[in-house]
Structure formats: structure tokens, C-alpha cells
Unconditional design. Structure first.
Lengths: 327, 149
């Protein structure tokens, strides 16, 4: 009898079998030997994520991964929690027409101060966001420095393949090609997140994501504070974070059982209390097609009213949270 | 069925079961090598949303999409699972897009006029023959954005 259970977003397979006779015992031993051998082989493959063989293995494994028709299966519903990337936030900041502000980024000398895995993860997200910001604004030399900080923290967290030597070489070769650079950086953070999730370190992943989101909002509000009059586009993007914050809180709550996330969750909830004051007007969505580009346009959605007082409150709170993370 | 055949089935079953769980760890490579290129020039979101599913399973993703940006939403599954069904809905669960015979693409390109939360529901279709062996395969939901002027 076989049943599939979902727990903490992983799939577990439990088997119960009848008492074996000697022949079954022998077969079980043989199975164990094969499993150990294949396990060792799989371990070797994991160290080479670029190899074509891995794709073949997936296809072979999946194709052969049969389960008897007599087995009772429990339906699984996988829920993914996700938020927009720091790279996208940086891109939106650039579209607001504001300039590059290097003085707001986390001091690169701080990188040696982060000794606990929690600090390393939070600041990996923060440096990652700074890296995205510098890259989007074509500040290539600064981007390289922030990349180095991100690599140091990723290495300390044991995720060496995210910023491998090969990746660093690719970045150096593409340093003048902005589009390629953005793609390589995004892929590196994607690899990092995949590694953490596949190794049951979802809480570390949640900390990296939280650090990146907090830094993105910190940059947006700091830039807003420097303006005589806050551009409407920037004000809108800060208000837009109300939805992302809700999604982020769900994400952190989802991984809370893994530990180390309670104070981060409290930080986010304190920010949410301020965001709750923002008034939202929601219209029904309407789907049309842009005839010139063929792109589907989704009309409707939500609009916000973000007052100066609310903006100040958000700005102060996110600055306090960020300061507590980078110290 | 004689006992020898029964034992052999048990042996094959246990071994293949392990191979299946090993495939879970290989989902990352499938996503990177097979799904990622389908985003083309869209910059990928940095969150990894992939898992191993079997026919009848479902996956859901909720994400905020910013007004004025162009997006590609990609639902990518191992061919062993067949054509994955997916529906895109707004916050009020109004259907915005559904993959069907008329819309067979595995991706949905769109631009929201204003920022909104969108829900994606993915369903791995059941096999027509209930006695058919059940295969497990990787399912990835990827999102990429493209800078617009």
C-alpha cells in the first residue's frame, strides 16, 4: 500500500509491506544495494548541474518512475509563495526617472560582520538587491563589488554553485552587456533559491527573499525622501508593495516551522499594520488584445491613495528594520 | 500469479520508487535546461517554483504583477505528464486565460494596466485509462518580466 503525503511543501512517500519471507528479504537487500549505488551516482551528478546527462536522468527517472495501479494516491496540492524580484523592483525604480544613489546601499565592509546563517541570509538578499540596483543603473564596477559580497555570503551558506567560478567569468565577460548581465544575475539567484529549497533550507530561502524585498523598499522610500516632490510613479510603486508584503508574509509563515523566522515575521507584520491604512479601489479585470503588438492587456486592477504621512511612516519603519538587519 | 512473479514485482516496485524520489532532486536541472529557455528575453523571477507531481495533482501560484510591465507566465511540465492544464485568474477569481485546444501555448504573455495579484492554477490531467501506470514528473511555474519604456 502506498500513500503520498504533503508536509512542509515536500512530498513524502510511505510504504508498508507485508512480513517478508527469505526471498523477499534477499530482494530487499538487493534493492537496498541498488538504491545506495544509485544514490551515490546521483550525488555525483548534482555536483555538475550543467551536464546534459542530468536532463536524461530526469527523463529516464520520471518515465520509469512508475507506481502500481493498485496503490491508493492522495491528491497533492502544491502552493507556491513568491514575490517580485529585487531586479524587477530596481527596474521600476529606474522607470520613475530618479537617479542612482550609491550612498544608500549597504556598506561593503559590513560583509565580514555577518557570522550567523540568519544574518548571512538576510544580507545576501540585501546585497543581492543592491547588486540588482547597481546593474540596472549600469554601475558596472559597483555591481562587481556587490556581486563579490553576495558570493562571499552565498559561499558561507554553502551554496557555492550559485556564484561559481564559471558564473563569475561569464559576468566579467558580459560586464558591458547590460541585458546579459541582468540575465546572469537573475539566473544566479534562481539557482541559489532552487538549491536552498531542494535541500530543505526553505527558511534560509525565506530570509534571503525577505532581505532583498526590504532593501528594495528601503531604496524606494529613501529615494522618495530625497525628492522635493515625490514622483507619482515612485509613490505608486511604494504603494504597490502592499500586495507583495502580504505575499511575503504568507511565504515566511509557510516556512516558519523550520525556525529562525519569528522576529522577521514580526518585522513584516509591523510594516503591514502601516500598509493596512492605505485605501484601495479595485475594479474588475478586463482582457483585451493590443492589436499592434498582439500582447494581451489586463485592464482593471487596483489603485491606491498613499498620503505623505503614510509614506513617512513606511519609510521610517522599513529603515529601522533594515538597520537592524545590516548591523 | 505465482510467488516468484510477486516477489519480482515487489523488487521492481521498490527500486523504481527510489528512482522516482531521486528524480525529485533533479527537478532543478529540468527547469534550468528545459523550461528556462522558454522564457526567451524575459528576465526570470528569482524564486524557484518547481515540484514533482502525478496525474490529478494541482499546483497554485499567487503573485503580484506590476502595472505597465510585460510578463511571460510559463507552465512547464515533463512530457510524461501530458499537456498540463492551467488557468489564470484575477483576485476575484475571474478567469483571464485558460490553456485549451485554442490556446495550446505553455506560456501566457500579458501586460496588466495597473498592479494586481494574479492566481495561477495548474492541473496535471488524469490518465484516460485508470489502470495505466502512474508517472511522476517535474512541474515548474516560471515568471519573467520584460522592461518597457
Amino acid at each position: 500500500m502506498l500513500q503520498r503525503y504533503q508536509l512542509n511543501k515536500s512530498i513524502f512517500v510511505a510504504i508498508t509491506s507485508k512480513a517478508p519471507d527469505m526471498r523477499i528479504q534477499k530482494l530487499a537487500n538487493l534493492s537496498l544495494a541498488i538504491i545506495v549505488s544509485i544514490g551515490m551516482l546521483s550525488g555525483c551528478q548534482c555536483s555538475n548541474p550543467d551536464s546534459q546527462k542530468e536532463i536524461t536522468d530526469v527523463e529516464t527517472d520520471s518515465t520509469d518512475g512508475t507506481k502500481g495501479e493498485e496503490n491508493k494516491l492522495q491528491k497533492v496540492q502544491e502552493i507556491f509563495y513568491t514575490i517580485p524580484s529585487p531586479m524587477e523592483m530596481a527596474s521600476l525604480l529606474k522607470k520613475t526617472g530618479t537617479g542612482y544613489e550609491s550612498g544608500m546601499l549597504n556598506d561593503i565592509n559590513n560583509v565580514v560582520k555577518y557570522t550567523s546563517s540568519k544574518r548571512q541570509a538576510l544580507n545576501l538578499g540585501i546585497y543581492g538587491s543592491d547588486l540588482s540596483y547597481a546593474s540596472i543603473f549600469n554601475q558596472n564596477q559597483e555591481a562587481i563589488i556587490y556581486l563579490s559580497c553576495a558570493k562571499q555570503l552565498a559561499d558561507k551558506l554553502g551554496v557555492t554553485n550559485a556564484f561559481s567560478n564559471e558564473t563569475m567569468d561569464r559576468i566579467e565577460m558580459n560586464i558591458e552587456n547590460r541585458d546579459s548581465l541582468l540575465e546572469i544575475i537573475s539566473d544566479s539567484f534562481y539557482t541559489l533559491d532552487a538549491y536552498l529549497k531542494e535541500n530543505d533550507r526553505q527558511n534560509i530561502s525565506a530570509l534571503v527573499i525577505t532581505g532583498g524585498w526590504i532593501e528594495g523598499l528601503y531604496l524606494a522610500t529613501s529615494i522618495a525622501n530625497e525628492q522635493d516632490e515625490v514622483p507619482e510613479e515612485l509613490r505608486k510603486r511604494i504603494a504597490d508593495q502592499k500586495y507583495s508584503l502580504g505575499d511575503l508574509i504568507e511565504l515566511v509563515e509557510g516556512y516558519r516551522a523550520a525556525g529562525g523566522l519569528d522576529d522577521v515575521l514580526a518585522d513584516l507584520q509591523s510594516l503591514q499594520e502601516i500598509y493596512e491604512k492605505i485605501e484601495i479601489t479595485t475594479e474588475d479585470s478586463e482582457v483585451t488584445t493590443d492589436e499592434s503588438s498582439g500582447m494581451t492587456i489586463i485592464g482593471g486592477g487596483s489603485t491606491y491613495e498613499l498620503t505623505d504621512e503614510q509614506l513617512q511612516e513606511i519609510s521610517q519603519r522599513v529603515s529601522d528594520i533594515r538597520t537592524s538587519y545590516i548591523q | 500469479m505465482n510467488k516468484h512473479h510477486h516477489d519480482m514485482r515487489t523488487f521492481i516496485f521498490i527500486t523504481l520508487l527510489f528512482l522516482t524520489s531521486s528524480a525529485f532532486g533533479q527537478c532543478k536541472s529540468f527547469t534550468k535546461n528545459t523550461c528556462r529557455p522558454m522564457l526567451e528575453d524575459f528576465v526570470p523571477n528569482e524564486n524557484f517554483n518547481s515540484t514533482m507531481l502525478v496525474p490529478g495533482d494541482e499546483a497554485e501560484l499567487k503573485l503580484t504583477f506590476y502595472g505597465g510591465q510585460e510578463y511571460r507566465l510559463l507552465v512547464c511540465g515533463h512530457p510524461v505528464l501530458g499537456e498540463l492544464e492551467f488557468t489564470v485568474m484575477d483576485k476575484k477569481k475571474n478567469e483571464l486565460y485558460k490553456r485549451s485546444a485554442d490556446n495550446p501555448d505553455a506560456f501566457f504573455d500579458f501586460r496588466p494596466e495597473s498592479t494586481q495579484q494574479i492566481l495561477v492554477k495548474v492541473n496535471v490531467p488524469m490518465r484516460e485509462n485508470p489502470n495505466e501506470l502512474i508517472h511522476e514528473g517535474c512541474v515548474s511555474i516560471m515568471v519573467g518580466y520584460r522592461e518597457t519604456n
